[in-house]
Design a protein around this ligand. Structure first.
Ligand SMILES: NC(=O)c1ccc[n+]([C@@H]2O[C@H](COP(=O)([O-])OP(=O)(O)OC[C@H]3O[C@@H](n4cnc5c(N)ncnc54)[C@H](O)[C@@H]3O)[C@@H](O)[C@H]2O)c1
Length: 437
């Protein structure tokens, strides 16, 4: 099949590479000419395990190409995916500017029967707006579909190749047949390819992210109650997670959720509710609880060190919003860095892959980066663990003790056992568990 993917970010690149891998001829287009130049030179601008090899192979075999000529990429194609960003607008709604720009760009260039698929996460009603925008520029007949993406950064290739489910909102049999053919190679193990109407598909994506965010905020609030009552949130998690009605996933208390999806999608769904006069009270609280949770490590540090951090230097392990990605959008580490810097402290941060992204954010002169996690602890007054990278999970505590000024650890991911930390001579502040003072 001839497939065009417009928007070559985390989602567009994964979709393009995986569809090329199954034999389609794929063009990935993007307005960012620099990005396209580096992709054509074999450099993948994001960190996503396995993606570089997939792109390299499919480029070499001629099934995948990259272009910044978006109009051309839309011509004579059977399927066009829109995979551009939908960042939050000031009022929390999804900003559809890029999606509608793409619709306007492809409008004059699409062919009779082209299937235009929104892959971006977009609110209910967007497919109709995409249709209207394209119709302003063409008389040919075409199909619109909604095919939200559920991949997780860090495991994106596997999620796309072996999805739990694929959701397709369609309004014509022709589109349904093409999507079935396109996705057949990915659902051979029997996982469902679920067809539905377009509004339901659009809403399904938000519902999924909002549900997961709700579980996290629920556990984070329980963690606060655990701290107040002497219970241990890890034990509570095991106790409830083994109930099959609840399940084990997404029950980890921590420093709050971040990334490019949960925060913006929860806010966008609240906004959609407002537009339709349905007050999504649960989600308002989920968002509020998360905003507070992101400041919890900083609050714990304030309790320990006082309001003024002048002269203090803090090591931070982990900048990416989760392991196996370099994505720092809405990362909890950013909230912590703000708190430390505002209180007059200094930060020495380490992240195995997100340091380059962090440097570009220009976090100010009080934030430096360390060559490795142990160097970050050199003369530090405390260590904060914010992202649960594997290499942080069994550290050499003696080496840290030799480097650090005060053996104090604030653990935003509950990686260590309070008792063991006490035996090792550390002060230890996890989330929702015994604090070792
Ligand atoms: N990142 C994720 O984990 C994830 C998962 C599922 C769904 N999504 C959704 O997928 C969409 C894309 O997310 P992302 O993380 O890949 O975004 P991204 O910011 O990494 O990439 C978006 C790309 O679109 C390009 N672009 C913007 N306007 C364009 C235009 N008019 N024409 C061509 N290209 C244009 C940008 O230059 C950029 O390269 C969003 O709606 C997001 O919510 C993301």
């Amino acid at each position: 099949m001839n497939v065009t993917v417009i928007g070559s970010g985390y989602v567009g690149l994964v979709v393009g590479a995986c569809l090329a891998e199954t034999g389609n001829r794929v063009i990935c287009a993007d307005v960012d000419a620099e990005k396209i130049k580096s992709l054509n030179a074999g450099q993948v601008p994001i960190f996503e395990p396995g993606l570089d090899r997939l792109i390299e192979r499919n480029l070499a075999e001629g099934r995948l190409e990259f272009t910044s000529e978006v109009e051309k990429a839309a011509r004579h194609r059977q399927v066009i995916f829109i995979a551009v960003g939908t960042p939050p607008g000031e009022d929390g709604s999804a900003d559809l500017r890029h999606v509608l720009d793409v619709a306007a760009t492809i409008g004059p260039n699409i062919s009779d029967g082209t299937i235009v698929i929104t892959k971006s996460t977009v609110p209910v009603g967007t497919a109709s707006r995409v249709r209207e925008e394209i119709e302003r520029h063409t008389d040919v007949s075409f199909h619109v579909c909604s095919n939200p993406e559920f991949l997780k950064e860090g495991a994106a290739i596997d999620d796309f190749m072996r999805p739990d489910r694929i959701v397709c909102g369609v309004e014509s049999d022709e589109a349904r047949v093409v999507l079935q053919e396109l996705y057949d190679p990915f659902v051979r193990s029997g996982n469902p390819l679920i067809f539905m109407d377009i509004p339901s598909a659009e809403l399904t994506k938000y519902a999924a992210n909002a549900m997961l965010a709700t579980r996290i905020s629920f556990m984070n609030q329980l963690a606060l109650l655990c701290e107040a009552t002497g219970a241990d949130v890890n034990r509570v998690r095991k106790g409830i997670g083994s109930d099959p009605r609840i399940g084990r996933s997404f029950l980890y208390a921590g420093a709050g959720y971040g990334g490019s999806c949960f925060p913006k999608d929860v806010r966008a769904l609240i906004h959609t509710g407002d537009e339709f006069e349905v007050d999504l009270t649960i989600l308002r609280k989920v968002h509020e609880a998360n905003e507070r949770q992101k400041t919890l490590l900083g609050e714990k540090a304030r309790e320990r060190f006082g309001e003024d951090f002048s002269g203090l230097r803090f090591a931070i392990w982990g900048l990416a919003f989760k392991p196996e990605t370099d994505d720092m959008r809405e990362a909890p580490a950013l909230a912590l860095i703000d708190q430390i810097v505002e209180a007059g402290g200094r930060v020495v941060a380490h992240d195995p892959v997100a340091q380059d992204v962090a440097r570009e954010l220009d976090l100010g002169e009080r934030v430096e980066f360390a060559a490795d996690e142990y160097a970050a602890c050199d003369s530090a007054d405390a260590l904060f663990v914010v992202t649960e990278w594997f290499q942080y999970r069994r550290p050499d505590w003696q080496r840290i003790r030799d480097a650090i000024r005060n053996p104090i650890v604030f653990d935003g991911r509950n990686l260590f056992e309070p008792r063991r930390m006490r035996d090792l001579g550390y002060e230890y502040y996890p989330i929702g568990r015994e604090q070792v003072r």
